[in-house]
Structures are given as structure tokens and as C-alpha cells.
Write a protein that binds this ligand. Structure first.
Ligand SMILES: *[C@@H]1O[C@H](CO)[C@@H](O)[C@H](O)[C@H]1NC(C)=O
Ligand SMILES: *[C@@H]1O[C@H](CO)[C@@H](O)[C@H](O)[C@H]1NC(C)=O
Ligand SMILES: *[C@@H]1O[C@H](CO)[C@@H](O)[C@H](O)[C@H]1NC(C)=O
Ligand SMILES: *[C@@H]1O[C@H](CO)[C@@H](O)[C@H](O)[C@H]1NC(C)=O
Ligand SMILES: *[C@@H]1O[C@H](CO)[C@@H](O)[C@H](O)[C@H]1NC(C)=O
Ligand SMILES: *[C@@H]1O[C@H](CO)[C@@H](O)[C@H](O)[C@H]1NC(C)=O
Ligand SMILES: *[C@@H]1O[C@H](CO)[C@@H](O)[C@H](O)[C@H]1NC(C)=O
Ligand SMILES: *[C@@H]1O[C@H](CO)[C@@H](O)[C@H](O)[C@H]1NC(C)=O
Ligand SMILES: *[C@@H]1O[C@H](CO)[C@@H](O)[C@H](O)[C@H]1NC(C)=O
Ligand SMILES: *[C@@H]1O[C@H](CO)[C@@H](O)[C@H](O)[C@H]1NC(C)=O
Ligand SMILES: *[C@@H]1O[C@H](CO)[C@@H](O)[C@H](O)[C@H]1NC(C)=O
Ligand SMILES: *[C@@H]1O[C@H](CO)[C@@H](O)[C@H](O)[C@H]1NC(C)=O
Length: 818
């Protein structure tokens, strides 16, 4: 207490002399007593002013604070000069939840970098990685910060040309300018000459920077005498030089992945880098066999060759790389089998051979690779008994393995209790095989499991009770199997972290009490074709983060509880179709903003709900919605709608179809058929210029077709049958709607001739003009309906021309001269 009071007092007196202050307090050796230098403090405050800090991460940076204790600031423990500035944001891992990604985006820094940083004369470390400095260039003043030894601007959002002034940072050891590949107009260089000003550089990462203008990159990087790590991934390097030798004297790590070099000859200088520990040539367009040139690179611990076009077998010499830890040959065309010699890779930690043409049996020696944590072998042709594989792997690696991927592998047989040996499995992928029999009880022993894929197999029997023990499980995929029986709350008892549960296509029955509150908060759930009925599963109302829900065809009757609709704003995808659900969508107007809503084939009644403009697809067909459509159609009339599919067919809707279509630009499929609509087809239907499919059949629509229909040039199907439409068939249909395949005007009151212009509809397959008041001759050109001639679906064979099958129904037409 006393000490800190003394602090304040002295600071007040001696502001301009911070050094003196430190010495005279006599505490200079205790970092907690250090007080930062005032000019530096002010420089930092200025710097903060220009930053955008949406989640107030820099709340400790207060005007009168001690900057040595500020978040992200590290002072030297003797001089109190600011040495490090670390404002990086932690990017969520691959398995992060949506909330974690959102939290990330809420906490990134943005804004501008104020040149006040130049006042931090002793700053040697800057890390601004994973932020979002919005689309601005890297400021050139950074090139004047001579004291810098480490500059990390990776994924910071900068774009534009990299300032050559960085070449003045002659003390730099570490430079990271990596950026993401989806920045089309990201960072680029005109040349890399400035690199020669960084003679001490040890680590250089320019992945994602557009280097296509620099043809000297190899020359320039290889003369950096201390460089041991070089990453030039996704740099659009124009070619890879074929010089025989390059003097990369200290290089240990070389990453040239994702450059799609135009030349495909093996660059021998790479194979001369005998000391290399890590080599990444993935996504590189290599053809032919795995290059023999790698043969002597036995120091390699990391070898990444995925995404090439290697079509040999795995060469035997590769198995002698006894130091290899990470081997990735994913996405090639590798043939043959895996040799038992793979057991010689005694250091290996991760093997990825997925997406190749490998076959045969997995060698038993795999089980002796005691360091192995990850095996990915999916999408090959192992066609082996799964139990045999588990047995092979049951050696020393079994209780250390964390990732096992054997999906899409033509495996068959039964899963045995041996599975329980793999106690540390975190991810297990067995989907898309032909594995049958029950899911073994021993699965419950895999207590580290976070992701489990068993989908698209032939598992039968019921879900083992002890599923509920898998307390770390985040994603469970068991869809498309033959599981049956009852699933109860004990199956979920400890699944507190479950976020994704896909289980459709099984015959399981969920039996939980009406007031069950699940331990999880799901984001994705599909129980399609389970038995969830007869009551609506009210426990769903507890799921506050549900985005995708499919409980279609689950024998639910009764009504949807109102609190369920309150969740609707969080849904992206909602499918309650093919149930027996009754009742109204309550409290209209409710705004359903889900992107895709499928409530078809239920017994919903009452008036249509109000729908937000963001909905993309809505299917309410085959229900009992009644009354007018006007509030639905004309709600927020001037707001552009996102709707692409609207199906209100087969309901009890009535009244006029209002003229409110001008903002429904994106509509491609519109079905209002099988209702009781009256009056004319509104003119604004012509605004639907992307419309492909128009179904207004079986209503009581009258009057003429609107001439604006000719604007819907993308139309493929028009079904206006069974209405009371009048007038002649507009010749414009033939002129303008050239994609038309189906034109059904049957059972209306059209009159007059069949226009010759219909002959222009060369794609037409179904033309039904029957039950109208048409007369005159059938246009001679009917033989030109070439599509009809080649398709074999016969709607009606009129035998006009021998061999020509017509799908034209003209039966009740008064045909004069045939
Ligand atoms: C100061 O830092 C240096 C290097 O970081 C360290 O070796 C030294 O022990 C530290 N001194 C004190 C007093 O903390
Ligand atoms: C930099 O800051 C981030 C985020 O606060 C932190 O995770 C990381 O450990 C820091 N790095 C160093 C070298 O202190
Ligand atoms: C640079 O940033 C990346 C990403 O945050 C991090 O992995 C790396 O350790 C940082 N390196 C240095 C030296 O700051
Ligand atoms: C490096 O700095 C000097 C002066 O300090 C300046 O003249 C020169 O142009 C700078 N060079 C680069 C490449 O920025
Ligand atoms: C990379 O730079 C070249 C030359 O400036 C340019 O033609 C190309 O479009 C750039 N690529 C991207 C993805 O921006
Ligand atoms: C390679 O680099 C080393 C160390 O910088 C140097 O001694 C040697 O002369 C260079 N060799 C060639 C061929 O450039
Ligand atoms: C491998 O690819 C090369 C180059 O595309 C081709 O010439 C060769 O016939 C292929 N070999 C095999 C076994 O498919
Ligand atoms: C491997 O090294 C040996 C001896 O140094 C050499 O004779 C042989 O040609 C090299 N092999 C390849 C493929 O480079
Ligand atoms: C594997 O190791 C054994 C014994 O060390 C050795 O005889 C054999 O040649 C090795 N096989 C390969 C392909 O390296
Ligand atoms: C689960 O593990 C325990 C202890 O490790 C063992 O006794 C039990 O048999 C295992 N259960 C199954 C079903 O494998
Ligand atoms: C759930 O976890 C708790 C605490 O980890 C444990 O005591 C309980 O036995 C577990 N229940 C089941 C069914 O696994
Ligand atoms: C259709 O509307 C007519 C009146 O226009 C009415 O008599 C009839 O009951 C309605 N039919 C249905 C199914 O709503």
C-alpha cells in the first residue's frame, strides 16, 4: 500500500524523467514495480485512438495508467522501454462453434495504425495477426522501426502493394505477411529486391501474397544466409526454376504448396536440400510417379504431397524415412497396396492417404507404429472386414490413436468390442461403408470422442444405452442406417456438448417425457423419419441455438406450441413437413425469417403467416391455409424479396392474387395451384424475370393472360390448366419463351387459332391445349417439335407423322384439316 502511494507521488513530480524515477525508487529490478516511459505511454494512447476495438479489449489502456501493465504491452524488465506489442486475436480452431466464430469477429481490431508507434524506439516485436484492418495497405512507416526483430502481420486484413521500405528493417529475424487465399485483391509485390536488406532474416512467410510479378524469388530468398523457414504457399508463383543447385545453406522448412506451377519437371534443387526437415509441395500439379529425387531427403519429418497427380504405388524407399512424423499423400492417384514395410516409419505421428486408388488389406505392421495419433485412409478401396482392421490396429497405437478415418472405403462386416480399446479417439469416421450388425457397447468407453461418423452403413439394432457417457461428443452422425428401437433420455444423459445430431433415415422412436429438458443446446438436428409423435416434441423449445431442424415425417400430430415459433428467427432451415400437425401459425403477424421453410403436407390452417423478405424458399403446400393472400404478398411491398421458391399449392386460399409481385425478382418457382383464387392473373407477374416454373392450375382465374408474361423469358413450365381464362393464346409465348418445355392450358376458355409461333418452341415436350374453344388447323410445323420426338414420355400419341411421338393433347380441339 505504502509503496504504491509513493509511486503516485513520485510520478507526479518527475514525469519528464522516467529513467531517473526508476533508479531512484530503487525497485528497478522488480518488474511489477516498473513504470512505463511517458513518451511511450502517450504514443500508445495515440495509437489506441486510431484503432477500432469493438469489444474494448484495450480497456486497461487508460490515460493515467502504467503502460507496462497494459494488455498486449511488454516492457523491458530493466529499462521499462516498451519492447513488445501483441495485439493478435486468437482465431477459433476448426472445430469451433458458430458462436466462437462470431465472438472472434466481435473482438478483432480494425481501424488505422497511427505512426505514433515510431516513438517506441525500442520496440522489437509487433504482432497484429488475425485482425481486420479493413482493406488498407501496410503502412510504410513500419519500415522505419529499425529496432524491430519480429513483425507479424499475418491475416491482419491488409491489402495492396507491400511497402519496399520494410527492406530497411535490417534487424528483422521474423517476418510474417501471410494472408488468406480468399482475398482476391490481397497483398502483392512488384519485386522482392527489398528482401536483400534483411540479412538476418530467419523466418519468412508470405503465403497468400501475389508474387506473380517476381521471377527472382528463388534467387532473392536463397541468398538470405540465416533463413531456415520459408513459406510461399498460394503465391501464384509463375514457375519453379529448374536451376540444378541453390545455396539455401540453412533452410529447414520449405513450403511452396498451392502454386500450381506451370512446369511439371522435377526441380532438382529442391531434392538437393538434404537438411530439409519439412517440405510442402501439395497442390502443385505434379504428374507421374512420386519423384525419386525425394529418395535422399531422409531428414524429413514433414512431407506434404497432397493434391498432386501422383499415379505410382507408394515407393518402398519412402518407408525408410525413419524420422518422418507427418506424411500427407491425400488427393492423388496412388495405386497398389500399402506395404508391410510401413512399420519402419517408427516416428510417424500422422498418415493421410485418403482419396487415392489404394486397395488390398491394411498391413498389420500399422499397429506397431506406437507414435501414430492420426490415420486417414478414407476414399480408397480397402474392401476389408472392419473387425480385421481394428485387430491390426490394436497394437501399441490403439490407446493413443486420436483420429481414425476409414469412411468411403468399401468396408464390411461387424464392429467388434475391440473398438473399446481405442480409448483416446477424438474423431472416428466410419461413414459410407457397408458395416452391419449392432453398434457395440464398447463405444461408450471412448470417452474422448468429439466427432463420430457412422452414417450410411447398415448398422442395425438399437442405440447402445451408454452413448450417454460420451460427454465430449460435439457431433454425432448416424443417419441412413437400419437402427430401430427406443431412444430415451439416458442415451443423452451426459451429452452436454452435443451441437450436431444427424440421425435421419432410421426407424428409431424417441421416448422422452413431455417436460424433458435436454442437457445439450443443438445447432443442427435431423431426425427425419423417426417416430417422435404423437405430440409435438416440446423439448425443442429449449434449444435456443438451433439453426437447422428437420423433423419431417416423424408422425407428429397435434399443434406446435407457440414458444416454438418464437425460435423461428434463429432458424436457417426448418422442415416440419409430412406430419399430421394441426392448428394455425399463431399470433399473426409473426415474422418468420428462416431461409428455408418446409411445412408441406400437414394440416396447418388459418391464414398465411407474414414472412420476412430474407426467406429463400417456402413450401406450405398441401395444408389447409385459407383466406386471402394479400397480407402475405403485399407485406413490405417495396422491400426486395429473397424468395426463390414459393409453393402455396393445394390449400384453401381464395380471393384475388394481388398485383404485388414487383419486388419478388428472385422467384424461380411459383406454385399457387389447387386453390380457389379468382380474378385475373396480375400484370406484375411480368417482374418475375427469373421465373422457370409457374403453376396456377385448378383455380378460378379468369380474364386474359397479362401481356407482361412475355417478360418471364426463363419459363420452362407453364401450367394454367383448369381455370376460366379467356382470349386467344398469345403468339408472344412462341416468340419470347424459348425455353418452354411444358405448356398446359387445358380446360380453360381460350379461343381462336393455335398460333403458328408456337412452332418456335423447339424444347417443348408437353403441350396440352385440350378442353378449350380453339379451332382451326394444327400448325404444320408440329413436326418441328424435335424435343417431343426424342423424348419417350408419351402423353398422347396422335400419329400425325409416322414415328413421331407427340405429347400433345389436342383431343377436344376442332381439328379441320389433318
Ligand atoms: C529480465 O529479462 C531477462 C531476459 O528476458 C532475464 O534473463 C532476466 O532474468 C530478467 N530479470 C529480472 C530481474 O526479471
Ligand atoms: C499475444 O496475444 C495473444 C492474444 O491475447 C495471446 O494468445 C498470445 O499468447 C500472445 N503472444 C505472446 C507471444 O505473448
Ligand atoms: C504470428 O502470428 C501467428 C498467428 O497468430 C502465430 O501463430 C505466430 O506464432 C506469430 N509469431 C510471432 C513470432 O509472433
Ligand atoms: C532506408 O532508410 C534510408 C534512410 O534511413 C532511406 O534513405 C532509404 O530510402 C530507406 N530505404 C528503403 C528501402 O526504404
Ligand atoms: C496477381 O497479380 C497479377 C499481376 O499483377 C495479376 O494479373 C493477377 O490477377 C493477380 N491475381 C490475383 C488473384 O489478384
Ligand atoms: C553458399 O553460402 C555459404 C554461406 O553463406 C557460402 O559460404 C558459400 O560460398 C555459398 N556458395 C555458393 C555456391 O554461393
Ligand atoms: C501416370 O501419369 C503419367 C503422366 O500423366 C502417364 O504417362 C502414365 O501412363 C500414368 N501411369 C499410370 C500407371 O497410370
Ligand atoms: C542419393 O545420394 C546418393 C549418394 O549421395 C547418390 O548417388 C544418388 O544419386 C542420390 N539419389 C538421388 C535420387 O538423388
Ligand atoms: C524395414 O526395416 C527392416 C529391418 O530394419 C529392413 O530389413 C527393411 O529393409 C526395411 N524396409 C524398408 C522398405 O525400408
Ligand atoms: C470399458 O472399459 C472398462 C475399463 O477400462 C472395461 O472394464 C469394460 O469392459 C469396457 N467396456 C466395454 C463395453 O468395452
Ligand atoms: C455423467 O457424468 C457424470 C460426471 O462426469 C458421471 O458421474 C455419471 O456417471 C455420468 N453418467 C452417465 C450415464 O454416463
Ligand atoms: C371457392 O370459392 C367459392 C366462391 O368463390 C366458394 O363457394 C367455395 O366454397 C370455395 N371453395 C373452397 C374449397 O374454398
Amino acid at each position: 500500500m505504502e509503496g504504491s502511494l509513493g509511486f503516485l507521488f513520485l510520478t507526479f513530480l518527475i514525469i519528464p524523467l522516467p529513467h531517473f524515477f526508476i533508479f531512484c525508487t530503487g525497485h528497478s529490478h522488480s518488474p511489477s514495480q516498473l513504470r512505463c516511459i511517458d513518451t511511450e505511454r502517450r504514443a500508445l494512447l495515440k495509437f489506441k485512438k486510431d484503432l477500432i476495438d469493438p469489444s474494448n479489449r484495450l480497456s486497461s489502456w487508460t490515460v493515467d495508467g502504467d503502460c507496462c501493465h497494459w494488455v498486449g504491452v511488454v516492457c523491458h524488465n530493466l529499462t521499462a522501454h516498451v519492447h513488445q506489442l501483441n495485439l493478435s486475436t486468437i482465431y477459433p480452431s476448426d472445430s469451433a462453434t458458430e458462436e466462437q466464430y462470431e465472438a472472434y469477429w466481435r473482438s478483432v481490431f480494425g481501424g488505422k495504425l497511427n505512426p505514433s508507434l515510431l516513438d517506441l524506439k525500442h520496440l522489437n516485436y509487433i504482432d497484429l495477426s488475425f485482425n481486420n484492418f479493413p482493406a488498407s495497405p501496410i503502412p510504410s512507416f513500419l519500415g522505419s522501426m529499425k529496432s524491430l526483430t519480429s513483425l507479424n502481420l499475418s491475416h491482419a486484413g491488409f491489402v495492396g502493394v507491400i511497402p519496399y521500405q520494410l527492406g530497411n528493417l535490417s534487424n528483422l529475424l521474423y517476418l510474417n505477411l501471410k494472408s488468406s487465399s480468399f482475398h482476391f485483391h490481397g497483398l502483392y509485390v512488384n519485386n522482392l529486391q527489398w528482401l536483400s536488406g534483411l540479412p538476418l532474416l530467419q523466418h519468412l512467410d508470405m503465403s497468400g501474397v501475389n508474387l506473380s510479378k517476381d521471377s527472382d524469388w528463388l534467387q532473392l530468398t536463397s541468398t538470405l544466409p540465416s533463413l531456415f523457414e520459408l513459406h510461399l504457399s498460394r503465391c501464384q508463383l509463375p514457375f519453379i526454376p529448374l536451376t540444378p543447385t541453390v545455396n539455401f545453406s540453412s533452410l529447414l522448412t520449405l513450403d511452396l504448396s498451392g502454386n500450381y506451377f506451370e512446369n511439371t519437371l522435377s526441380p532438382s534443387w529442391i531434392f538437393g536440400l538434404r537438411n530439409l526437415v519439412s517440405l510442402d509441395l501439395s497442390h502443385y500439379y505434379f504428374q507421374g510417379p512420386i519423384p525419386i529425387g525425394l529418395h535422399n531427403m531422409t531428414s524429413l519429418r514433414h512431407l506434404y504431397l497432397s493434391g498432386n497427380n501422383f499415379n505410382s504405388s507408394i515407393p518402398n524407399w519412402l518407408y525408410s524415412f525413419s524420422r518422418l512424423e507427418f506424411l500427407n499423400l491425400r488427393y492423388n492417384n496412388l495405386q497398389g497396396t500399402i506395404s508391410n514395410a510401413i512399420g519402419n516409419l517408427t516416428s510417424v505421428i500422422s498418415i493421410d492417404l485418403s482419396f487415392n486408388e489404394l486397395g488390398g488389406k491394411l498391413p498389420r505392421s500399422l499397429g506397431n507404429l506406437c507414435n501414430l495419433r492420426e490415420i486417414r485412409l478414407s476414399s480408397n478401396k480397402w474392401s476389408q472386414e472392419i473387425s480385421e482392421i481394428l485387430e491390426s490396429l490394436s497394437g501399441c497405437l490403439s490407446d493413443r490413436l486420436e483420429i481414425l478415418d476409414l469412411s468411403y472405403s468399401q468396408l464390411h462386416g461387424h464392429l467388434t468390442d475391440e473398438l473399446g480399446l481405442f480409448k483416446n479417439l477424438v474423431k472416428l469416421h466410419f461413414s459410407r461403408n457397408s458395416i452391419s450388425g449392432p453398434i457395440p457397447m464398447s463405444l461408450g468407453n471412448l470417452s474422448s470422442l468429439t466427432i463420430l461418423h457412422l452414417s450410411h452403413n447398415q448398422f442395425s439394432g438399437t442405440l447402445p444405452q451408454n452413448f450417454g457417457q460420451l460427454s465430449k461428443l460435439k457431433a454425432l452422425y448416424i443417419e441412413s442406417n437400419m437402427l430401430e428401437g427406443v431412444v430415451s433420455k439416458s442415451h443423452f444423459s451426459n451429452l452436454t456438448r452435443l451441437k450436431k445430431f444427424y440421425a435421419f433415415g432410421n426407424r428409431l422412436t424417441l421416448n422422452v417425457s413431455h417436460d424433458w429438458i435436454p442437457p445439450f443446446q443443438l445447432g443442427y438436428l435431423s431426425l427425419r423419419s423417426w417416430n417422435l409423435g404423437p405430440n409435438f416434441p416440446t423439448w425443442l423449445c429449449s434449444q435456443r441455438h438451433l439453426q437447422n431442424l428437420d423433423i419431417s415425417n416423424t408422425r407428429i400430430s397435434g399443434v406446435v406450441p407457440p414458444s416454438f415459433w418464437n425460435l423461428s428467427s434463429q432458424f436457417q432451415f426448418l422442415n416440419l413437413s409430412h406430419n399430421l400437425i394441426h392448428g394455425e401459425i399463431p399470433n399473426s403477424p409473426i415474422i418468420v425469417s428462416t431461409s428455408v421453410i418446409d411445412l408441406r403436407s400437414n394440416y396447418f390452417n388459418g391464414s398465411l403467416p407474414y414472412i420476412s423478405s430474407s426467406v429463400i424458399a417456402l413450401d406450405l403446400s398441401n395444408n389447409s391455409f385459407s383466406g386471402s393472400i394479400s397480407h402475405f404478398l403485399c407485406y413490405k411491398m417495396n422491400e426486395p424479396k429473397n424468395m426463390e421458391l414459393l409453393n402455396l399449392g393445394k390449400n384453401l386460399l381464395s380471393g384475388k392474387i394481388h398485383d404485388c409481385w414487383t419486388m419478388w425478382h428472385k422467384l424461380e418457382i411459383l406454385n399457387l395451384g389447387n386453390n380457389n383464387f379468382t380474378d385475373n392473373i396480375p400484370a406484375s407477374i411480368g417482374s418475375l424475370t427469373l421465373l422457370k416454373s409457374l403453376h396456377l392450375h385448378n383455380n378460378k382465374l379468369s380474364n386474359k393472360l397479362p401481356s407482361s408474361l412475355k417478360n418471364c423469358k426463363k419459363l420452362v413450365i407453364i401450367d394454367l390448366s383448369e381455370n376460366k381464362l379467356v382470349g386467344s393464346i398469345p403468339s408472344r409465348i412462341g416468340h419470347r419463351l424459348l425455353s418452354l418445355m411444358t405448356l398446359n392450358l387445358r380446360s380453360n376458355n381460350f379461343h381462336g387459332h393455335i398460333p403458328e409461333e408456337l412452332c418456335a418452341l423447339t424444347s417443348l415436350q408437353i403441350l396440352d391445349l385440350s378442353h378449350n374453344k380453339l379451332f382451326g388447323s394444327i400448325p404444320r410445323c408440329v413436326k418441328k417439335f424435335s424435343a417431343m420426338a426424342t423424348k419417350s414420355i408419351s402423353y398422347l400419341n396422335m400419329d400425325f407423322y409416322p414415328g413421331l411421338i407427340l405429347m400433345v393433347n389436342l383431343s377436344l380441339l376442332k381439328v379441320h384439316c389433318l
